[in-house]
Design a protein around this ligand. Structure first.
Ligand code: NAD
Ligand code: FES
Length: 274
């Protein structure tokens, strides 16, 4: 349990994929679930979405953006090394039913997390339209994997190096204009993107979900660190989410809470880099 089977650099110095031996987690993991991992006895716990799971091999796949001390430390680990603590699958799985066309919207590293959800929708017999965006062509993840399970993959890049020049929600809006049969939209990515997904989809009256990346510690509903404001109520993303109805989410509060430990995170990263 926790042994790194394969490590693949997806974007040098930025995004890495790890396949990890975790038979119990792999046998239970559903799209939308995540794991919480810890690398040392005094280390912080971080949540990472399960990007894929193979119950037969007993493997799960995680994809992480190297953005702080823990992910930088994780990135020093090699194939054969063992992750100290790996807890999961956590969170409520995505509620997937056969319903027709589902637009799966992913931004940046969020595309990796979106992949498992898109795959689950494909396996349920839905028509998956993947709408993915990154800052540039080199930062676009999982396009070939999504092509295998999607009816269409629509792409945007901020710099126009591939696909539509602009943000991913512009492509979503254009798609929703031309396809009246979309039954559900699901967005995974940076908070400003998810807020924009909520805003763009609302006029169409389509059920729209976003997967919230709030700070988590225990991941099992005890510490309260993952609390988010949804529809004016405090909800714990780890046990009641991470997916919530997009129009109900207070994105400003989420953004503020994500900044809560920025100075400590910066200091910790600087010490790590010394
Ligand atoms: P990024 O900042 O490079 O943005 C990726 C794409 O998102 C952009 O190219 C654009 O198309 C879209 N986007 C960004 N801001 C937008 C806006 N205001 N309106 C519309 N579209 C917008 O993304 P990144 O640096 O790869 O993202 C990392 C962030 O994603 C981290 O904060 C991470 O926590 C988060 N993330 C979230 C999840 C999740 O479960 N929600 C999973 C993985 C990563
Ligand atoms: Fe502790 Fe959700 S992470 S309550």
């Amino acid at each position: 349990m926790g042994k790194i089977i394969q490590k693949r650099v997806l974007i040098p110095k930025r995004v890495t994929e790890m396949t990890i031996k975790a038979p119990v987690i792999a046998s239970k993991a559903r799209p939308g679930n995540f794991v919480v991992l810890r690398l040392s006895m005094k280390g912080e716990r971080i949540p990472l979405t399960i990007a894929d799971a193979d119950p037969e091999k007993g493997h799960i796949v995680i994809v992480y953006l190297i953005m702080g001390k823990t992910t930088a430390l994780l990135d020093t680990m090699k194939e054969g090394d063992v992750i100290l603590d790996l807890c999961g699958p956590l969170g409520r799985p995505t509620s997937i039913k056969k319903q027709g066309t589902v637009a799966c919207v992913g931004g940046g590293t969020g595309i990796a997390a979106l992949h498992h959800i898109a795959k689950g929708n494909f396996q349920a017999g839905n028509k998956v339209v993947s709408v993915i965006g990154a800052r540039s062509k080199d930062l676009l993840l999982f396009k070939p994997e999504l092509e295998k399970i999607s009816h269409e993959v629509l792409v945007s890049t901020d710099d126009g190096s591939v696909g539509h020049k602009g943000v991913v929600t512009e492509v979503l809006e254009e798609y929703l204009d031309r396809d009246p049969d979309v039954k559900e939209v699901i967005g995974v990515g940076p908070v400003p993107m998810m807020r924009s997904v909520a805003r763009v989809a609302q006029p169409y009256g389509i059920r729209t979900l976003v997967s919230l990346n709030s700070i988590m510690v225990d991941g099992i509903g005890m510490c309260g660190s993952c609390r988010v404001n949804v529809g004016g109520e405090i909800r714990f993303a780890c046990v009641e989410g991470p997916e919530f109805e997009a129009s109900q989410v207070d994105f400003d509060e989420l953004m503020m809470r994500l900044q809560a430990f920025k100075s400590q995170e910066k200091e910790s990263m600087e010490l790590f880099e010394k």
